[in-house]
Design a binder for this molecule. Structure first.
Ligand code: GDP
Length: 364
């Protein structure tokens, strides 16, 4: 092959092939931007984000099943302690002691740990040969009792005609409030409700934008205010608009600055008062990051002291959280866990189901 024309033709063909392959590869990569990537631009003050519902929401019942599977297969501290106890040949003093230590390390809290251990020791005998089946059943029953199977965990969003049910979402920054509002909107939409969001966290410029983005993903509108605006006025405007639009539920995201307890009380107290001029507060949900353990619990307590919390949302239960925190937060705050966050996606929020939770912990 020493014909120069032939070489030129071969060269052009090879170059075209290379360009073609490169072009195809780039085209494939472009749509791979995850739908979860924030894309909203900063909304104008008082703006209402547009709506473009994404895919069909996952049915709430199957969400908790996902948590159960995740807990069962995870390195969850409590699950491991329970498995160790169940697999012990003999229940001797050392086994019980080890069990107790692991329960404490799993964020169960001192009170519930003592109760669980003494109830189990009474049922299974202080020492002796463990019957795995009996031990499993006893553990299941006692754990369920601790989690509280008869607590009212429903979201009470009944409302009078023309007045929306207002849900105030509070908690320390970074716990997952904004994310939870977006996910909750989607659950409510899947139940056929109409929803409006309000971005009353006006302290961080990004907060309103973030909520609007979640709102767009869920397919609902978001009312926002200017950075530094009075959170109470944004809350008021949102409820006002919710009434005008005749929506079923208004979800209000708040700032979680723990400056001073008095400051927080003034701020949330004002938000609550102005909302109540227009509509009763249906729920006040306190969001707690499950991975922050006892420390997060101490911070959350301040919020419970300044507003009447009606339900807890425990987020990040998918990660390195220790399952015991569910029992500890309810015990400490005297309020049921109503929802759990299972991940960063739009469908990763589930109504909390004690049976499924305990089954997951026991690897059932
Ligand atoms: P806010 O400051 O309380 O509003 O918290 P954000 O909603 O901004 O959430 C803080 C971070 O926690 C974000 O990176 C979220 O993606 C993440 N997050 C929220 N909920 C969950 C959850 O249930 N699981 C996991 N793994 N991450 C979560």
């Amino acid at each position: 092959m020493n014909n120069p024309t032939l070489w030129i033709v071969v060269g052009i063909v090879v170059a075209l092939a290379v360009v073609g392959v490169l072009w195809l590869t780039r085209r494939r990569k472009v749509p791979a931007v995850p739908s979860e990537t924030p894309h909203a631009t900063m909304p104008e003050p008082g703006a209402v984000g547009t709506v473009a519902p994404t895919s069909e929401p996952e049915h709430p019942a199957s969400r908790m099943t996902r948590l159960r599977r995740r807990l069962a297969s995870s390195q969850n501290g409590l699950a491991r302690a329970l498995a160790d106890l169940l697999s012990a040949d003999r229940l001797d003093a050392a086994t019980w002691e080890g069990f107790e230590t692991t329960l404490l390390a799993a964020d169960l809290g001192v009170g519930p740990t003592t109760e669980l251990v003494s109830a189990l020791r009474a049922k299974l005998g202080i020492e002796g040969t463990a019957d795995p089946k009996q031990a499993r059943q006893a553990l299941h029953d006692e754990l369920l009792e601790l989690v509280g199977p008869s607590m009212d965990r429903a979201l009470h969003l009944d409302h009078a005609a023309g007045v929306p049910a207002v849900v105030l979402v509070v908690g320390v920054n970074g716990t997952g409030k904004t994310t939870t509002v977006g996910k909750l909107a989607r659950i409510l939409l899947s139940e056929g409700k109409t929803v409006l969001l309000g971005a009353a966290d006006t302290f961080r410029a990004a907060a309103s934008e973030q909520l609007s983005t979640w709102g767009s993903r869920a397919g609902v509108e978001t009312v926002t205010g200017a950075e530094g605006a009075d959170p109470a006025s944004v809350a008021y405007q949102t409820v006002e608009r919710g009434i005008a639009q005749g929506v079923d539920a208004v979800l209000i995201d708040t700032a979680g600055r723990l400056h001073t307890k008095v400051g927080l009380m003034d701020e949330l107290g004002k938000v609550k008062r102005v909302i109540e001029k227009l509509a009763p507060l249906a729920e006040v949900l306190l969001v707690i990051d499950a991975t922050t353990g006892q420390n997060g619990l101490a911070q959350a307590r301040v919020f419970a002291e300044v507003v009447d919390v009606t339900g807890l949302v425990l987020t990040k239960l998918d990660g390195s959280a220790k399952g015991g925190i569910v029992v500890a937060v309810q015990r400490e705050l005297g309020v049921p866990v109503k929802l759990v966050g299972l991940g960063e996606g739009l469908d990763d929020l589930a109504p909390f189901d004690p049976e499924q939770f305990v089954a997951g912990l026991l690897g059932e």
